[in-house]
Structures are given as structure tokens and as C-alpha cells.
Design a protein around this ligand. Structure first.
Ligand code: ADP
Length: 165
């Protein structure tokens, strides 16, 4: 197949409130396959978040600094519009368990129908298959140890933020 159909630039979308080692695993693996990976933080004003979008972008920049081909951005509205504006032809998603599947398949099919944007799924590293940002926040809030589940810089910011609450 000719290059026009090849995927060069992909997007990893999400809330990243905050980024976990599960996210980083997918981002790092995507960076090893594609020329350029854009991690796009969803700006969702109706969803209560622990970290501001600026803070989430800053943390993602820190933890992906080692990859020369990963860029952090933000978006609101439709992901397919972000893809069109940024010349992105595919979305990369991590699949943790069957529970992720139904929702992700619906989104993937709708995005393809709307704009022919492809969605490619990567199976999660089994080390992180039970890991989610919301679970990390809940455990940390009640004093549980989440080291090893999030990057160190996220861990210290998490402790700081929860101490303020
Ligand atoms: P959302 O707001 O869609 O739940 P998240 O920021 O929690 O976004 O996650 C963004 C994406 O990162 C998910 O859709 C999923 O594809 C992937 N992801 C999240 N956690 C993990 C994990 N532990 N392992 C692999 N992929 C993950």
C-alpha cells in the first residue's frame, strides 16, 4: 500500500487526571511504533477533576520528556475535529479489560463513521490492567500507597493536592 494510507501521526486522548504508569506504557509503546504521538488532554468543564488541564499537561510533559516524538496538547469538543485540524489519522487506545471494550468499540465506530478516523487498540500491560486514574485518586485520598502505579512526579503532586483538601 502506498504511503498516503500509512499512519504517521496518532493521538492518545484522555482525561489523564492524573497520568498513570498504565497511560505511560501505552504512550511509550505508541512512540516506538509511530513517527509522532500527540497526547491530547480532554477539556471537560462539566467533569470535576483533581488537577487543572494545565497541571495535567505539565505532568504529561515531564513524564514523556524522554520521548522525542511525543507532544502534549489539549482539546475540547469532538476528537475527530482535533484529528482533522492536526492531520491525525488514527486514535490509539489502551484496552484494559472486557469492561472497556463496549464503550471503546462504540466510540471507535462512531469516529470512523463521522470522519474515517481509525482507532487502534493496544492491550494493556498486565502489570497495569487494573489501574485507572480514578482508582489511584481514591486510594491515595484514603492514605493508601500508590507508588509504582504513577510516575514519581505525579505521586508527589498527588500527595500535595490531597493534603490541601
Ligand atoms: P477517560 O477519561 O477516557 O477515562 P483516561 O485518562 O482515564 O481517560 O484514560 C485515557 C485512555 O488511556 C483510556 O481510554 C485507555 O485507552 C487508556 N488507559 C487508561 N488506563 C490504562 C491502563 N491502566 N492501561 C492501558 N491503557 C490505559
Amino acid at each position: 500500500m502506498k504511503g498516503a494510507h500509512r499512519v504517521h501521526r496518532v493521538v492518545c486522548p484522555g482525561s489523564f487526571d492524573p497520568a498513570t504508569n498504565g497511560h505511560l506504557d501505552i504512550i511509550g509503546r505508541a512512540a516506538g511504533i509511530y513517527d509522532e504521538v500527540i497526547v491530547a488532554v480532554l477539556i471537560n468543564v462539566t467533569k470535576k477533576s483533581l488537577f487543572t488541564v494545565d497541571e495535567r499537561v505539565e505532568m504529561l510533559r515531564e513524564v514523556t520528556a524522554r520521548y522525542g516524538n511525543v507532544k502534549i496538547d489539549r482539546f475540547h469538543g469532538l476528537l475527530v475535529d482535533f484529528c482533522a485540524t492536526n492531520g491525525v489519522s488514527a486514535v490509539i487506545k489502551g484496552l484494559r479489560a472486557v469492561s472497556d471494550f463496549e464503550y471503546e468499540m462504540q466510540m471507535a465506530q462512531m469516529n470512523y463513521r463521522m470522519a474515517k478516523v481509525e482507532t487502534l487498540f493496544m492491550t494493556t500491560n498486565p502489570l497495569y490492567s487494573y489501574l485507572s486514574s480514578s482508582l489511584v485518586k481514591e486510594i491515595a485520598r484514603y492514605g493508601g500507597d500508590v507508588s509504582g502505579l504513577v510516575p514519581d512526579t505525579v505521586l508527589s503532586r498527588l500527595r500535595e493536592r490531597l493534603a490541601e483538601e
